[in-house]
Design a protein around this ligand. Sequence first.
Ligand code: ADP
Length: 323
Amino acid sequence: MKRIAVLTSGGDAPGMNAAIRAVVRTGVAQGWEVLGVRHGYAGLARGEMAPLGARDVGGILQLGGTVLGSARCPEFRTELGRRRALQALRGKGVEALVVIGGNGSQAGAYELLRLGFPVVGVASTIDNDLVGSDVTIGVDTALNVALESIDRLKTTASSHGRAFLVEVMGRDCGYLALMAGIAGGAEAVVIPEVDTEPEAVAQELRWAYDRGKSHALVVVAEGAKLNAARLADYFHQHEKRLGFELRVTILGHVQRGGAPGAFDRLLATRLGAGAVDALARGENGVLVGWVRGEVTTTPLAAVVGRQKALDPELLKLAGLLAR
Ligand code: ADP
């Protein structure tokens, strides 16, 4: 192996830069040249890649986002788009590609693998929905950002006696909402995996007041069927009967920003280095993840097209602790 390339793709996650840095520096330590691809699969198809040296990735460890840029690239979902990317990789003499990203990005990586190109994925998404990694790069930082807002809202909720709804990210997966709900002490959590009636949420919040709580908080995943807008509408219609109003805060992209915390920097560093280790021992077509406290590899074929299920014990715990 002489030359590899690395890209970041899909939704950016805090810690992606630490992963890029680890791939570049451990790759260079192997004696390889490492090319950085700009703008994910979109840049790959356009051949936007240039060598990165150890110094080029200095000062990025503590930065959120991704210095390589990320993009969503519909063209890569077509055979033509992927062939174009393949041509660019071969044209530059690249022998393997490291893909830092979430479920969609790993699906793209798998398609390249099926065309015969060696790829290694690095598990990175704030959704934590990837099979093959107990926790993914960015989740811990995103959770801490959500918690900071939740803690602040609880303080103001206590002083004014009104209920609060916080919408966190999670299109298909309620992990962030569930964990933010547990760690932030929410009275109710609404997630895509569980059908919830608005009246059930209203009753949870009502009971919280009845039990003498000074605040009532519901955390909602953006992708839940009962989303923030629908819940707010319901509460507005029933405000008189319920006896309190609902204030909505949508955290949105705030959760992706900011500096990665210690956990994400270390996880990203280990997984980035793990990707180079895998290639060095001749392994590819795998996702590098973190399973039971160790860097592991899982075949992309077993990862792609699946979504990691939520732990039912955690769902139970969220209900028990809201008492
Ligand atoms: P994430 O990696 O954060 O889940 P997306 O789902 O947006 O982000 O996927 C990122 C990119 O990966 C897409 O814009 C597309 O270029 C590529 N991709 C996603 N799914 C596929 C697929 N099934 N086949 C090929 N490429 C895909």
